[in-house]
Design a protein around this ligand. Structure first.
Ligand code: BTN
Length: 260
């Protein structure tokens, strides 16, 4: 069970989670609550956590299922003073922070799938949903929502997710205390976020590459422009996916990737 006191006890961050941690048994979506709190001027680093979400959201209108007692579902309010065009970097910051945290718990065998998934044995164990509010041409705030399946979920997964989604425990047998994971993750998010704001994406992208096995894979990417097939060569300096296609080199800003 999460309590604010348990999370704050031993939390080594400077601001992440230090001001407000809002904890719910069940709500619609932590992103919605964090958005509402940010609109009411809650400070950067405010966290919303839920055991269960009745309307948990993934990217592209998909549903996200939280497994009470087994997953970690939370959203953090960020207020970066960066141009709107740089906001996509936050998704990479979150993905690399998750990867850092997995290494901290000796879960070395994982892969970041562009732009926002973490896979173990090709099954998704974590996803990130970043939402942005702009005002007068600048970022008002960003809500970075993250779901991670930590404990066992194999007997709880709906049949359509078998072979697609999983958890750290189910894929590796490694037992992780969710509060310890949350504390380390908040510290890693804070450090990577500070790095992003002060030095840009260079270090984050190099860590992304070290922890992704997408390079060289044939993929199809679906986005507003349609479906594009190609071979991944990497990500560029702003975090776009770079593909070698029949029509030459393409840089993809957003989209849904299927590995072929
Ligand atoms: C995805 O993989 O498409 C993104 C999944 C993001 C899920 C998290 S759980 C906490 C936060 N609240 C939500 O409703 N979604 C995000």
């Amino acid at each position: 069970m999460f309590t604010e006191a348990l999370i704050k006890d031993g939390l080594q961050t400077f601001f992440m989670g230090q001001c407000g941690i809002f904890i719910y048994d069940e709500i619609k979506s932590t992103n919605d609550i964090a958005y509402m709190l940010a609109e009411k001027s809650s400070p950067e680093g405010t966290i919303v956590i839920a055991e269960s979400q009745s309307g948990g959201r993934g990217r592209r209108g998909r549903k996200w299922i939280s497994f009470p007692g087994q997953s970690l579902s939370f959203s953090v309010i960020l207020k970066p003073e960066i141009p709107i065009e740089s906001a996509a970097g936050i998704t990479l910051v979150m993905a690399v922070s998750l990867s850092d945290t997995l290494h901290d718990f000796s879960v070395h065998k994982h892969s970041i799938k562009w732009p926002n998934d973490i896979l173990i044995n090709s099954k998704k164990i974590s996803g990130i949903l970043t939402e942005l509010k702009t005002a007068s041409g600048r970022i008002d705030f960003i809500i970075a929502g993250t779901g991670i399946n930590i404990g066992t979920i194999k007997n709880l997964l709906p049949p359509e997710l078998h072979g697609i989604a999983s958890s750290i425990y189910d894929e590796t047998g490694i037992i992780i205390n969710r509060i310890n994971f949350m504390q380390k993750l908040l510290l890693n998010i804070e450090n990577r976020y500070k790095e992003f704001i002060s030095s840009g994406l260079e270090g984050i992208i190099s860590s992304w590459k070290e922890n992704s096995d997408m390079a060289g894979k044939r993929v199809s990417v679906t986005n507003a422009d349609g479906v594009i097939e190609g071979t991944v060569t990497g990500i560029n300096e702003s975090g776009s996916l770079v593909l070698e296609t029949g029509q030459g080199r393409l840089e993809i800003i957003s989209g849904e990737v299927s590995i072929l």
